[in-house]
Design a protein around this ligand. Structure first.
Ligand code: ZN
Length: 212
């Protein structure tokens, strides 16, 4: 490759000196500027590129945060169902997906509380912890399905087991089959739209990793 003498964008002469130097920005920085900036060029130098590079970095962070927030808030729309062959669903099977979570249900520590307390409050707390364990597993299945290019999980199975010698440690395991549902119109319309957006958001986030 011929070494450039001038910046492709601002034509400033490139030079490396102790007192003053003008260099080309890296390929990655150039890609980032071209992704977000209004000016596109094969290259930018330290003179013309610094400011727009910082701007592009800020825009990248903002987009990443927005996408991550959307995924976090909407991922529960990805269907995770127990049916093996849902009626009227047209889909490709992708891969098995699994989720695990361990929760201390705290049976022992709460034993000291009064007896009346035990039934109401404790079983409530117990259920809450189970629920949060389940939710964590659901989220794991969903994100794996998205990462595989899928948009739903079928044939899902849940298992609960007590683990270890400490009483009250509970493990929730979930396994299902990630699929790519082709006719999302079988799902409620608003939900189908969110599912498409989730796939887009997840893919876009992955794409943006190249700028890191
Ligand atoms: Zn330049």
């Amino acid at each position: 490759m011929n070494e450039l003498k001038n910046c492709p964008n601002c034509q400033t002469e490139l030079k490396s000196g102790l007192m003053s130097s003008v260099k080309l920005l890296t390929k990655k920085a150039t890609g980032l500027i071209n992704e977000y900036g209004e000016k596109k060029s094969d290259g930018f130098c330290t003179k013309c590129g610094k400011g727009i590079y910082e701007e592009a970095k800020t825009k990248l962070e903002a987009e990443k945060n927005k996408l991550a927030l959307y995924l976090k808030n909407k991922i529960s729309n990805i269907p995770v169902i127990s049916a093996h062959t849902p009626l009227n669903w047209d889909y490709q099977v992708l891969e098995m997906v699994t989720g695990q979570s361990t929760t201390g249900t705290g049976v022992i520590t709460e034993f000291t509380s009064s007896f009346s307390d035990l039934f109401g409050a404790q079983s409530n707390r117990h259920n809450q912890k189970l629920k949060s364990g389940e939710n964590m597993c659901f989220a794991q299945l969903r994100i794996q399905a998205l990462n595989l290019g899928g948009n739903a999980v079928i044939s899902t199975d849940i298992d609960y087991s007590e683990i270890g010698t400490v009483k009250g440690m509970l493990m929730v395991c979930m396994a299902g089959t990630a699929i790519k549902l082709n006719n999302t119109e079988v799902i409620k319309k608003e939900k189908a739209e969110i599912i498409d957006k989730l796939s887009y958001a997840n893919n876009r986030l992955k794409e943006l990793q190249k700028f890191e």
